[in-house]
Design a protein around this ligand. Structure first.
Ligand SMILES: [Zn+2]
Length: 449
């Protein structure tokens, strides 16, 4: 073990028994903090007939009620405005405002203190160091610096590591590519959708081959793409760079990261977060590897608006194998597999949009863009898949391969519509590719920041 490989060698290689003790201590601390300072949390635990003193062992943690995003919406827009009853610090200690990017209903506001913001950068430092970022890197960050948390903490963490950071804020895509070229930037952070979009613009609009640029590593977040093998391959081939996955959220924090060994999964930062996986049907906590469930997560050190047993709706599973990098933090297999509210039944079969993405992006003649629409024809479910043919590729050469692969990987039949290259919508941040029109009051799915 070379300590230089880890941002925090003590925490990242801590024996698991010790790690569990640390997590329990920290859990008790944040629970006490919220119970004594937040009316919202106190009422939640009082209703369940629990106080922090009732949590005497690791097993007791699951007795603590979960928090849903809708509950957070309900308490906000009240005093202390706009955060309401979950705020645990005086308003004057809040130094940073962010909000979730949900497109349905009221977004959730997220207050952070300066200490919380330091914590954000620290969590991201684990990620960037594990992905090979070092002080010699020049990091280009192509996102709109705004009210969404996105890559803000990635920016500050890169500075903390000693990298040189180039904020690619309000520039358009072509100007961003020119800036990367001009400055020989070596690393970049963006959503998978935007990484592919940039490569497409460089190649097809500017005559620049992105694989000849100097970018050698890319950190993805915001969408599961970097955990989907065919999408990851497309990004790595296009940019001639290593592509790493990361998952985080405004109301949680930066809780996971792929390391430089690229183990087809992400480490949970178990020194800073407690992740539990709950069976989607029974609600039982899943300890063993290989069973999918939804993530219930606690941010162990976030103080202004605590995140305690938050129902993230991310579907994940534990990997049975430890990682060859030597970290004792457990891996989740294949990253975040999907969202529990996206994994829906079609004709009685569970459908995951990520499985369709894996197929579409594995076929060479198809473009990066696609859309999935589920509706009903009479009483029968129907899935429409819209794809783009790359220039010079014929429908005949692709259709059967696509149909066979979809049936093999998802056990479902599709109505496939082929479009000319460039016809489907393009996205700058996160794509909206999945629509289930069978759902009552269908609106655009809510996004994760
Ligand atoms: Zn690893």
């Amino acid at each position: 073990m070379n300590p230089q490989e880890y941002w925090n060698p003590v925490l990242e290689t801590m024996p698991r028994e010790k790690l569990k003790i640390l997590q329990f201590k920290k859990f008790k601390r944040i629970l006490n903090w919220a119970y004594t300072r937040s009316k919202f949390h106190r009422a939640l635990y009082d209703t369940a007939g629990l106080t922090p003193d009732d949590i005497c062992s690791f097993d007791d943690i699951k007795k603590i009620p979960k928090v849903e995003k809708s509950m957070m919406r309900g308490i906000q827009n009240k005093d202390p405005f706009p955060y309401g009853d979950a705020l645990c610090v005086p308003l004057e200690e809040v130094s940073t405002f962010r909000q979730t990017s949900g497109t349905t209903g009221q977004p959730v506001y997220q207050p952070d203190t300066w200490q919380d913001w330091e914590w954000w950068s620290e969590c991201w430092s684990f990620i960037l160091w594990a992905q090979g970022y070092r002080p010699r890197d020049r990091v280009f960050i192509p996102f709109g610096y705004n009210i969404f948390v996105a890559f803000w903490a990635g920016h500050y963490a890169a500075e903390k590591l000693g990298c040189e950071v180039v904020p690619g804020g309000v520039l358009d895509t072509q100007s961003r590519i020119l800036k990367i070229k001009e400055l020989n930037a070596t690393a970049m952070m963006a959503t998978p959708t935007y990484i592919l979009r940039m490569a497409d613009v460089a190649k097809n609009k500017m005559g620049i081959d992105p694989s000849l640029l100097s970018i050698n590593k890319i950190t993805c977040a915001g969408e599961p793409g970097a955990g989907i093998p065919s999408t990851k391959k497309r990004m790595e081939d296009a940019w001639g760079a290593k592509v790493y996955d990361h998952s985080g959220a405004t109301e949680i924090g930066a809780w996971s990261y792929e390391c430089s060994k690229q183990p087809c999964g992400m480490h949970v930062n178990e020194a800073m977060f407690l992740v539990e996986i709950e069976d989607l049907n029974t609600g039982e906590i899943i300890e063993e590897a290989g069973r999918k469930g939804k993530m219930i997560i606690t941010a162990l050190d976030r103080m202004a608006q605590p995140c305690i047993r938050f129902d993230s709706k991310d579907v994940i599973e534990w990997d049975p194998e430890p990682c060859s990098c030597g970290r004792s933090f457990r891996l989740i297999k294949g990253g975040v597999i999907g969202r529990s509210d996206d994994i829906t039944k079609v004709k009685g079969v569970l459908l995951s949009p990520a499985a369709i993405e894996e197929v579409v992006r594995s076929i060479d003649g198809l473009g990066n863009e696609f859309e999935i629409i589920v509706d009903k024809q009479g009483d029968v479910d129907r899935i429409k898949l819209k794809v783009e043919l790359l220039p010079g590729v014929t429908r005949l050469s692709i259709e059967n391969i696509l149909k066979d692969q979809l049936r093999l990987k998802t056990n479902l039949g599709y109505l496939i519509e082929f479009y000319d290259y460039g016809s489907l919508p393009r996205y700058e941040v996160k794509a909206k590719r999945f629509k289930d029109l069978r759902k009552k009051n269908f609106n655009e799915k809510e996004e994760r920041p």
